[in-house]
Design a protein around this ligand. Structure first.
Ligand SMILES: Nc1ncnc2c1ncn2[C@@H]1O[C@H](COP(=O)(O)OP(=O)(O)O)[C@@H](O)[C@H]1O
Ligand SMILES: [Mg+2]
Length: 600
């Protein structure tokens, strides 16, 4: 992964053919659509050119020859062709749109599935915004290339080829003149489109910089003022807007010049045809209809050339989008089931951290030689300053990350020999920031165990102390929550996630600062529920507040990734060490009624 891997819009390089090929293959999954699409497109191109040929015959055999019968019969043919054309145009638009949507659907599904499988380490190093753009703009771009882009190319190539074939059938000398113009037309058109797209790229890039500096100045308005940076900021801002304006202006000029230029080239072709055709007509070698048909063919070719130029010029960008999408789809999760891993039925045995070392980033050790044996049913409280590694211990236990060295054993087996799913299904977690999905209260709790009956959901909610507030909501358990739903307080959300964890009936229960941002009333509700849940279960509690910690069987004071002190509340108090100091400080504050964080 290069340094500027996450940079957008840097597509100066050539189109990567293997990626282009793989992109093209995406449409093969829907080959009936693809075939309909391509066949309709080819037929449309042929009919369009055949109609030009028919209009030549109308002029020569009908009008010039003053033969009304011939005129009528060819005109009827022309009309029939128009009907066919309408049918096939509808065919390619419909199949093209479907192809585009299916491709986008496939890509999003593949990415979404991959995101579910990828390990935490991937999300640690991948910005969320980067992932979002993969799912949105990149997918749209690739979907459009696979449908409309390929359509324009197929239509363009077939259109130009059949036009050339018809021209050679009608008159090869004139056809030769036109054929020399085509490459010039194509090269000029592509160059123009490249320049235009380049300018728009500058516009986009400066625009996002401007947006960035807007929000920076707005957010930091006080700092800006106090440091007297207004002048400097304004200067930078003006430079950016000037740059954007200039690029936009150049793009507008190029666009304005593009059409006249290709039209001029076409006009040159028409002039050559009229000049040489006129000479041939004078000699009696060709008909008026032939000259008319050639003029039509030349002007017709203008459109496919333009469209193809647009596609080729923007292809770089679409292929770069495809490349990033593929890089995500091809990503291998860091944590996977080992071959021959066993399912674990329950985690009711001992849990052993055996000389575990862990770090998120090289050179920044988080846990050093961490060893701990937890007996079934024990409640362990983890205490220590922010950054001490408390969450890391439970992250490792859940196998969101794996030890760098050492072992974690569940029921006596190295947990890397157990399947991930079976471990996760036996662990219930309540975290500091509760997460609700869009859906009803009932659905959100049921997420803990999908086959739970309504009564079980309600009883879990009762146990969590959530039932009372739920019944007060407008629609009770059917109330919509999450995005676009009713606004719940953090404490209420926390009670719902607690109910969800209770419903799952896990063997191990983890609470990571679940009470740190709730009011005291909710805290006492959670406290009661916790007592209930922890009954007979192995539990890990990370909390700032003393009242929660005191109940644990053993308290672990973490310091610099190692166990500083370990023991029950009473034992640690007797030791008069680190914990004792924290406790006495806390005790004084709690007595004063402040109930602040124990170790903040
Ligand atoms: N995803 C991560 N990537 C890199 N470093 C991390 C990550 N999560 C935590 N850390 C670092 O690891 C150390 C321990 O963090 P953590 O276990 O969250 O501490 P605690 O929960 O005790 O506050 C901290 O220095 C923190 O900055
Ligand atoms: Mg933490």
């Amino acid at each position: 992964m290069s340094d500027n891997y996450f940079e957008e819009d840097e597509f100066e390089g050539a189109v990567d053919r293997s990626v282009l090929l793989r992109t093209a293959k995406l449409s093969l999954n829907h080959w009936p659509l693809l075939v309909t699409f391509l066949v309709s497109t080819v037929i449309v191109a042929i009919i369009e050119n055949y109609q030009t040929f028919l209009s030549k015959r109308i002029i020569d055999e009908g009008i010039v020859a003053r033969d009304m019968d011939a005129l009528w019969s060819i005109a009827w043919q022309y009309f029939g062709m128009t009907v066919l054309l309408a049918i096939f145009v509808a065919g390619f638009i419909l199949s093209g749109a479907l192809l585009s949507h299916w491709t986008q659907y496939d890509l999003r599904k593949a990415m979404f599935g991959k995101l579910q499988d990828l390990s935490f380490t991937y999300f640690d190093r991948t910005p969320l915004g980067w992932l979002m753009s993969r799912m949105t703009s990149d997918v749209t771009r690739v979907g459009e290339l696979v449908s409309w882009g390929f359509l324009d190319i197929t239509w363009g190539i077939t259109g130009i080829t059949t036009a050339v074939v018809f021209m050679f059938i009608i008159n090869w000398q004139l056809a030769l003149i036109v054929v020399t113009i085509i490459p010039v037309l194509i090269v000029v058109a592509i160059q123009f489109q490249k320049l235009i797209i380049g300018e728009y790229r500058v516009v986009r890039r400066t625009n996002s910089k401007i947006t960035g500096s807007y929000s920076e100045s707005i957010n930091g308005v006080r700092v800006v003022k106090s440091l007297r940076r207004e002048e400097k900021n304004l200067e930078e801002f003006q430079d950016l807007t000037t740059e954007m304006f200039n690029a936009g202006f150049r793009a507008a000029w190029l666009s304005a010049l593009f059409l006249p230029t290709v039209q001029m080239l076409t006009a040159l072709g028409v002039a050559a045809v009229v000049w040489y055709g006129g000479f041939q007509y004078n000699e009696g070698w060709i008909t008026i209809g032939t000259i008319q048909a050639f003029i039509s063919y030349i002007t017709f070719m203008l459109w496919p050339v333009q469209e193809m130029a647009r596609v080729f010029a923007s292809m770089q960008q679409a292929v770069a989008s495809a490349e990033r999408i593929f890089s995500l789809i091809d990503e291998e999760p860091d944590i996977v089931n080992r071959p021959n891993s066993q399912k674990v039925d329950n985690i009711r045995g001992t849990i052993v951290f055996d000389h575990v070392d862990f770090r998120y980033e090289a050179d920044k050790p988080v846990l050093n030689d961490f060893s701990l044996t937890v007996e079934p049913g024990e409640t362990i409280a983890l205490v220590g300053p922010t950054g001490a590694g408390k969450s890391t211990v439970v992250n490792l236990l859940c196998r969101f990350y794996e030890p760098v060295s050492g072992q974690i054993r569940i029921n006596g087996t190295d947990y890397q020999d157990l399947t991930l799913d079976s471990i996760h299904s036996r662990i219930g977690m309540v975290l500091q920031t509760p997460h609700l999905f869009s859906g009803t209260v009932m659905e959100n709790i049921r997420y803990g165990r999908l086959d739970a009956q309504d009564e079980e959901v309600v009883s879990a909610a009762r146990m969590a102390g959530a039932h009372d507030f739920i019944t007060l909501l407008d629609d009770g358990y059917s109330t919509e929550v999450g995005e676009g739903g009713v606004l719940l307080s953090v404490g209420q959300k926390q009670l719902l996630s607690l109910a969800r964890a209770i419903l799952a009936q896990p063997d191990i229960f983890i609470m990571d600062e679940a009470t740190s941002s709730v009011d005291t009333l909710t805290e006492s509700l959670i406290q009661q529920a916790m007592d209930h849940v922890m009954e007979g279960r192995t539990s890990f509690v990370i909390a700032h507040r003393l009242s929660t910690i005191k109940r644990a069987d053993r308290i672990i004071v973490l310091k610099d990734g190692q166990i500083d002190e370990i023991g029950s509340h009473a034992e640690l108090i007797r030791q008069k060490g680190h914990y004792y100091n924290l406790y006495t400080k806390q005790f004084q504050k709690e007595a004063a009624g402040a109930i602040p964080d124990l170790l903040a």
